[in-house]
Each structure stands twice: as structure tokens, then as C-alpha cells.
Ligand binder design. Structure first.
Ligand code: APR
Length: 241
């Protein structure tokens, strides 16, 4: 007889939360592939590639300033905050595809950002960091004070490698966890989607939360249909007072 999800979580020593855009949807941040997703209204190939930035740095910079404006008005929602509470029960690692900085702002401790962070930037020529700076000019890519190169967002664009150290670290934790939550992701983008697949290969229990079945549903041991902010608090083990 299959153990209940509460038992599995209470027995877990290490829990990984693999998250995608869906966990931030209820913070008002559009996902990428939903009916009103970003990629329905904007062409990623024109905005989120090294070639696009090389050809039109100002257009790409404007796109990221547009997204930063939405993200800065957003707040972490109940789902982000509930993940923090799991830290009372087990060692937890948040492995996120999101660049919105909301897991940081919610207070999660161990976060691995596979696709970067929209509040971080670096010079596309000399690599000088320009993190957590609010740039005045929203229309033009800022110029590096050292080498005069264009400053770009520290986001992994299509066609770029993930930060290898972060990815290897993420795979390590996926391969050594007892439970891997898969929350709000279509599971279509690799190598990020290897995280839950690696967890499954190493006998972790896979717990998916989504509004629909996805590319990863076939490996899920538990599937909860619904909003992450409604489901996660119900799964969180009740504190034994
Ligand atoms: N609760 C749970 N799941 C939700 C919610 C919600 N409130 N709202 C939407 N979802 C689900 C959708 O059903 C969908 O399966 O979130 C998923 C969002 O999928 P995508 O828009 O494809 O986002 P994601 O999987 O994070 O994309 C991965 O693609 O474009 C790249 O780099 C970008 O990191 C991104 C990557």
C-alpha cells in the first residue's frame, strides 16, 4: 500500500523543490507558454538570445526592463512562502528555472538559479558585475564603466549553456534527495528538466503540482491538479505541537 504523502515528507531528510514560472503566476508574473504566456506575445528568438542582443542591445534591454518592472511590483506568494516552511522538516534545496528572485525574497536559504536572476547583470565584453542595480535609462543598454561594452542581464538565453557549477550542484542534490517537488513547470526546457528526471532515477518520490499534466507527469508518483498556492499548504505536514 502506497505511503501517504505526509508520511513520505515527514520521513524525508532532503527535499528538492524544482520550480518553474507557474509558481510565480499567482504573484502576477506571466508564464511563458500559457494562453497569455510571454512567448505567445513576444518572440523569444528576437529577445532572449545572444544574437538578438548583439544585433539590438537596446531592444533586448528594454524587454528586460519591462519584465523587471512587473517583477518588482510582484510579491512572493503563499507557494513561495510555504516552501520556506518545509525547512523545519528537512534539508531543502530550491532549484528554480525562474529569474524573478521571488524565492530569495520569500526567504528560502538554499537556492540554485539555473537560468539566472533578472536583478543581476554583467558587461557582455569584460564580464564586470552590475548586480542589484536599478538603472535609470530603461530604453538603452547601459555601458560598462571600465571597457565601454554593453551591460546585459545575467539570464541564460536560448542557445547558451547553464552555469555549469550551479547545474552540477543541482544535479547532485536531485540525485541525493528523498522527495523532489515539481511545481509550475511545463518540463519542456532542457537541461533544466533533467533535474526531476535525475531525482526519479535515484529513487526519489516525485510530487508534481500543476494546472495540467505535463512532460514530466509520467515520472510523477503523486500529481496534484491545481494552484501551487492552494495545494502546497495542504501538503505541508502539520507541526506536531
Ligand atoms: N500553479 C501551478 N502550476 C501553474 C500555475 C499555478 N498557479 N499557473 C501555471 N502553472 C503551470 C502551467 O500549467 C505550466 O505547465 O506552470 C507551467 C508554466 O510552464 P512554462 O510557461 O513553460 O514555464 P516554465 O516551465 O518555467 O519554462 C521553462 O522556458 O522560456 C524558458 O527560461 C524560460 O525558465 C523558462 C523555461
Amino acid at each position: 500500500m502506497q505511503k501517504s504523502i505526509q508520511n513520505i515528507i515527514q520521513e524525508a531528510k532532503k527535499i528538492v523543490f524544482f520550480t518553474g514560472a507557474g509558481i510565480s503566476a499567482e504573484s502576477g508574473i506571466p508564464t511563458f507558454r500559457g494562453e497569455n504566456g510571454l512567448w505567445k506575445n513576444y518572440n523569444p528568438m528576437e529577445l532572449a538570445t545572444p544574437k538578438a542582443f548583439k544585433e539590438n542591445p537596446n531592444l533586448v534591454w528594454q524587454w528586460y526592463e519591462f519584465r523587471r518592472e512587473i517583477i518588482r511590483k510582484a510579491e512572493p506568494n503563499i507557494a513561495h512562502k510555504t516552501i520556506v516552511k518545509f525547512e523545519e522538516f528537512a534539508k531543502t534545496y530550491v532549484i528554480t528555472q525562474n529569474v524573478d528572485n521571488l524565492h530569495n525574497r520569500a526567504g528560502s536559504k538554499n537556492i540554485l538559479e539555473l537560468h539566472g536572476n533578472i536583478e543581476k547583470n554583467f558587461c557582455s565584453v569584460c564580464g564586470k558585475r552590475y548586480d542589484f542595480i536599478v538603472f535609470e535609462d530603461k530604453l538603452k543598454a547601459p555601458i560598462c564603466e571600465d571597457c565601454k561594452g554593453f551591460i546585459r542581464p545575467d539570464i541564460v538565453w536560448f542557445g547558451e549553456m547553464l552555469p555549469q557549477g550551479i547545474y552540477r550542484n543541482a544535479i547532485y542534490h536531485a540525485e541525493n534527495c528523498d522527495v523532489c517537488f515539481v511545481i509550475g513547470t511545463s518540463g519542456l526546457v532542457f537541461p533544466a528538466a533533467n533535474i526531476p528526471i535525475s531525482a526519479k532515477k535515484h529513487n526519489a518520490t516525485i510530487v508534481e503540482i500543476n494546472l495540467e499534466s505535463t512532460n514530466l507527469s509520467e515520472i510523477s508518483d503523486f500529481f496534484f491538479l491545481g494552484k501551487a498556492s492552494e495545494i502546497l499548504p495542504k501538503i505541508l505536514p502539520q507541526m506536531v505541537n
